[in-house]
Write a protein that binds this ligand. Structure first.
Ligand code: ADE
Length: 244
């Protein structure tokens, strides 16, 4: 997969893409990621990329020319068709099912904006998918682009090692980074359930003991306990995942 990110702050994005699992995925050739500064495509003498809104009102609006020029130039860098994605709080909400779907594409082109918003003709002319990472407003699309890239790249075949993607973990929405099995995603319409509680050494910490079932070595009982815990936790915290 190839991912291009158009941004005003490539220096913010690049270190994130070079660290940890994403960095390893790039080095191993599972994904190539390139950040491009939208300002480099501005023809303004001061490299401006925003302007005041027609009709008045507060804030500045990202202008069409540098974004269209950047999209067209960057798309030419590779023959594969790019899925264009505009990060905006007005977009469809990113979830695990969508991340999985995007992980099947050959190429993604992300556009991260700043200021009060985009000139509407960016939407009309480039017809991007519009994605939001949640119902809150960030000061720019970069953090959302990082979230999206992380969620997608870890689903690419070969990116997570065995230790990170064991089947025992994979039925849950895991904190530890395990994927949700596709079958679970399909049966549960997005995600099955939250992850069961995890423990590691020491066996007792400040009076809190590791549950005995995890220590007795009976794998059948451990599995049953984990499933029950995962279900209980999901019912309590995210009943919406079950009703879906
Ligand atoms: N840009 C600003 N807020 C955003 C959000 N919640 N999701 C995606 N892009 C954004």
């Amino acid at each position: 997969m190839r991912i291009d990110v158009l941004t005003l702050f490539p220096e913010v994005c690049e270190p994130f893409f070079s660290a940890s699992i994403l960095g390893r995925a790039r080095q191993a050739g599972h994904v190539s990621i390139a950040c491009h500064n939208i300002r480099d495509y501005s023809k303004d003498p001061h490299q401006k990329v925003d302007d005041r809104p027609y009709g008045g009102g507060p804030g500045m609006v990202m202008t069409c020319p540098p974004i269209f020029d950047a999209v067209e130039a960057v798309e030419k860098l590779d023959r594969r068709d790019a899925t264009r994605i505009l990060l905006t709080p007005q977009g469809e909400r990113l979830d695990q099912r969508l991340a999985k779907e995007l992980s099947r594409r050959d190429r993604l082109l992300l556009i991260a904006g700043h200021y009060e918003g985009f000139d509407e003709r960016i939407r009309l002319g480039l017809s991007p998918l519009e994605l939001s990472i949640g119902d809150y407003v960030l000061s720019g699309g970069e953090a959302a682009a990082l979230v999206l890239v992380d969620a997608v790249v870890r689903l690419l075949p070969g990116v997570l090692g065995d230790a990170e993607s064991t089947t025992e973990e994979s039925f849950s929405l895991s904190e530890s980074g395990s994927p949700i099995r596709e079958s679970d995603v399909e049966t549960a319409g997005g995600a099955c359930c939250l992850e069961y509680p995890q423990y590691t050494r020491p066996r007792e910490f400040r009076g809190l003991e590791v549950p005995a079932v995890l220590i007795n070595g009976d794998h059948g009982k451990i599995e049953a306990w984990r499933r029950a815990q995962a279900m209980e936790r999901t019912k309590k915290r995210r009943p919406d995942l079950l009703s879906e």
